[in-house]
Design a binder for this molecule. Structure first.
Ligand SMILES: Nc1ncnc2c1ncn2[C@@H]1O[C@H](COP(=O)(O)OP(=O)(O)OP(=O)(O)O)[C@@H](O)[C@H]1O
Ligand SMILES: [Mg+2]
Length: 416
């Protein structure tokens, strides 16, 4: 089941028409993690019908060092055509695919033989090679696939899907191929994906999830599982910032992990702050022994976009991934400047205040009376204008004088 993507499917079907007509063709399908590249390839494959030889392969991160692993998957259905190749090419490709005895590598011979094999198969029936996760192809396979794709003619076509990884994309080798960029799903289509993922969803919750997912189908599919039953049914509030599900979080974590220590801290400062004002973020970064300039690292990896005085996350869920992924000791650096306390994330409050409360020991029950924001649903009950100063004092000084407890059991003074 694929929702939307009519235009993209039409473009792929035009490519298929070209291949059937013997004019060849290639499309490089780009898009962020989880945007639906694999789903689109699958839907397209199903539409190709039986008159086409479909070849499929995909890069596998764990096999990126295993030479020719992807090429041997791709060519497996047509290796009978090796016999149609000149002997040196057949020997080179046969050895690379471990079909014939090993021989010293000749890169060009393997590339030329790959193209020759596809053309030979294409003379019998149109051939369409669908290559997924190209960012993880082992290098020799990638070289052959690109060589053949650039020369795809006759009844041979390629669709090569790769993740956008920003910096990596610049030297990926696919940028000279005709591109098909896969963007976010629209709002109505997002709701439709959610309806399939959670048939008994509550529309208010679906609206919030659709906004948080920003058209990324993987986020839509995974987010409901990150919520409690009460949250899914709309009884309990959602706790911002929302955190992506497992697969999407892995993809974000991978990019976050590439930042330097201080670069990550700068992004954490931005994530702990609900606003987008770069001047505020710069001040908070300075207070956290980092620099707003280091956000350039995050920008290069598509984690954030800086424009003028504003910062936007590459995807709304990156905020939650950055915050939740940071070790507790780092999270305290995510304190926004005092002027922005009313906009603290409840998750930040919770992380910072709870440990402080446990340190003040006996006073905890009393503080719970005094600070109703501490019990239960923080996000809903933070009446920020009343609490930030006390909260801040507790966090940074963790000291409440026992003799300042008044008659009603409320601390009258929080010591600075
Ligand atoms: N148009 C769509 N309609 C319905 N479900 C979709 C659509 N696109 C993607 N999905 C679903 O969203 C999830 C993520 O999609 P998919 O795996 O295709 O993303 P991807 O771009 O290939 O991600 P990655 O970069 O991790 O390979 C899958 O569960 C998929 O079935
Ligand atoms: Mg995929």
């Amino acid at each position: 089941m694929i929702v939307g993507r009519a235009e993209e499917l039409a473009q792929l079907e035009r490519l298929l028409g070209e291949v059937r007509a013997g004019r060849g063709g290639v499309l490089a399908l780009h898009g962020e993690a989880g945007i639906g590249k694999t789903a689109l390839l699958r839907a397209f494959g199903e539409r190709c019908g039986s008159g086409v030889t479909l070849l499929r392969a995909g890069g596998v991160e764990a096999e990126a060092e295993l030479a020719f692993s992807a090429l041997s998957d791709l060519l497996a259905p047509v290796t009978a055509e090796l016999a149609a190749l000149p002997i040196p090419q057949a020997a080179a490709l046969g050895a690379a695919l471990a079909i014939t005895p090993p021989q010293p590598g000749d890169r060009l011979a393997v590339c030329v033989a790959t193209l020759g094999l596809l053309r030979a198969a294409g003379r019998k029936r149109p051939v369409l090679a669908l290559v997924d996760d190209a960012q993880w192809l082992d290098a020799p396979s990638r070289e052959c696939v690109l060589y053949a794709a650039r020369r795809a003619a006759g009844a041979v076509g390629f669709v090569i899907a790769a993740r956008d990884e920003r910096e990596a994309a610049a030297d990926s080798g696919y940028e000279d191929l005709p591109a098909l960029r896969l963007g976010p799903l629209g709002y109505e289509h997002s709701l439709e994906v959610l309806r399939h993922a959670v048939p008994d969803h509550v529309s208010r919750v679906a609206h919030t999830l659709a906004q948080a997912a920003a058209g990324n189908p993987l986020a839509l599919v995974e987010l409901p599982a990150t919520l409690s039953h009460e949250q899914r049914s709309g009884v309990a509030e959602l706790d911002p910032p929302l955190v992506p599900g497992r697969r999407l979080r892995l993809a974000f974590d991978h990019r976050i992990g590439e930042l330097s220590h201080r670069g990550r801290r700068a992004l954490l400062v931005a994530a702990a702050y609900e606003g987008d004002d770069l001047v505020t973020i710069a001040a908070a970064c300075a207070g956290a022994s980092t620099s707003v300039n280091l956000l350039a690292q995050a920008e290069a990896r598509g984690l954030a976009r800086l424009s003028g005085e504003r910062l936007a996350f590459g995807h709304p869920l990156i905020r939650g991934a950055v915050y939740q992924g940071a070790p507790a000791a780092e999270r305290r650096f995510g304190a926004p400047p005092v002027s922005d306390r009313p906009r603290l994330h409840s998750a930040w409050l919770h992380d910072q205040v709870e440990p402080t409360l446990s340190r003040v020991g006996d006073l905890k029950p009393l503080l719970r009376i005094w600070f109703p924001l501490f019990d239960g649903d923080l996000g809903k009950r933070v009446s920020a204008s009343r609490y930030p100063v006390c909260t801040e004092n507790l966090i940074w000084h963790a000291e409440v004088k026992p003799d300042s407890i008044g008659d009603e059991g409320r601390p009258e003074q929080v010591v600075l």
